[in-house]
Design a protein around this ligand. Structure first.
Ligand code: PMP
Length: 352
């Protein structure tokens, strides 16, 4: 029997959202914050053309995609680093800073991958409880010590959907020592509509220890291809490039991401529909009597406590898969209007 690392004994594998079906076969997957839309024809075409080259390794440096991202955001080429999904970019960041004994601070509950990635990297997780549904940045700043190497700030926060405002985030960043890397996880940035929620790309400019991580998985609809990126000053980007395994971002992912940036107007129009549906869903839930935190992401959060798993089961009866966190609450992605209606029906039936 091989000897495994001890940490594996206490680790549970990441549990992805699953689809369920109603008795009549209807099935709405609102459990993974994916785009509800089919891929754009122009993107599918780019992938089909790209498929003609898959007997070759991809461009290891993903130069064209890096250029496209740099151009899109008006940042230097060497400020951009790519990875196979933003979750892997975050893993690369931990690889880059995670000496033995290192501590990593993040809010809890937040993105479920943070504890998993920390365990894998052999660094210590320091979980700072949310204040209500929001980051407690004051407590997070207090948690920093000499061993702290990295802080995850998920903005908007998965799964609670709330976002940190500019003044609060800036004063937090001012309190973080320069040798501590702050990862602004902006997986849901394209869904933010509150102008008081800062764009991380404005914040990193004069802060060498701040990086912004984003993804093509959500607004750009490429979850199945795995491509994410980070924007930061050159030393941080260089560190991420060093920690990537060779050829990690595959050729189809690279061409699809480039095609998606070209078709960005169409994709952002879709985001606008999701944002409208978010407002409709949240208002309908509130009218049903639910307490729903303000959402700046493509999902809503219901704090259900002990009723969480019953609620998920009630949604499954309508064919709606949500993401339950037992004893805490359920996160429900915004889907197309039909899926959202099925969810609202389930929520209304559950309230009785
Ligand atoms: N960050 C957050 C906050 C997320 O919710 C997710 C996906 N659920 C990710 C990062 C990772 O996304 P991906 O690896 O698909 O880019």
């Amino acid at each position: 029997m091989p000897r495994f690392r001890q940490i594996l004994d206490s680790m549970a594998p990441y549990k992805p959202g699953k689809a369920v079906a109603a008795s009549d076969g209807r099935s709405y997957k609102l459990s993974s914050n994916e785009s509800p839309y089919d891929p754009l024809p122009s993107v599918v075409e780019a992938i089909a053309e790209g498929a003609r080259h898959i007997h070759r390794y991809p461009d290891a440096g993903a130069v064209k995609l890096t250029e496209a991202v740099a151009e899109r955001y008006g940042v230097p080429f060497d400020h951009v680093a790519l990875g196979p999904g933003s979750v892997t970019v975050q893993q690369q960041l931990l690889e880059a800073v995670g000496d033995p004994g290192a501590e990593v601070v993040y809010a809890w509950r937040s993105f479920e991958a943070y504890p998993l990635l920390c365990d894998l990297a052999g660094v210590r997780s320091v979980r700072v409880p949310l204040a209500g549904e929001d980051h407690d940045l004051d407590a997070m700043a207090t948690a920093i010590n000499d061993d702290t190497r990295l802080i995850f700030v998920c903005n908007p926060n998965n799964p609670t959907s709330t976002a940190i405002r500019r003044a609060e985030l800036e004063s937090f960043l001012d309190r973080v020592p320069e040798h501590v890397l702050v990862v602004l996880d902006e997986a849901y940035r394209e869904y933010v509509r509150d102008e008081d929620v800062p764009d991380g790309l404005a914040l990193y400019q004069d802060r060498p220890n701040v990086c912004v991580v984003r993804t093509f998985s959500k607004a750009y609809g490429l979850a199945g291809l795995r491509v994410g990126y980070m924007i930061a000053h050159e030393p941080v980007a260089a560190a991420v490039r060093k920690t990537i395994v060779p050829f990690a971002v595959n050729h189809l992912a690279q061409v699809a991401a480039i095609a998606s940036l070209k078709a960005e107007d169409e994709l952002l129009e879709r985001v606008e529909h999701v944002v409208k549906e978010r407002t409709r869903v949240r208002e309908a839930l509130i009218a049903q009597g639910w307490t729903v935190p303000h959402s700046e992401a493509n999902f809503v959060w219901l704090r259900l406590g002990e009723r969480t798993m019953d609620f998920a089961a009630a949604c499954a009866v309508e064919g709606v898969a949500v993401r339950p966190f037992a004893g805490e609450g359920a996160r429900v992605s915004i889907g197309d209007p039909e899926a959202n209606d099925a969810f609202l029906t389930a929520a209304s039936t559950f309230r009785g």
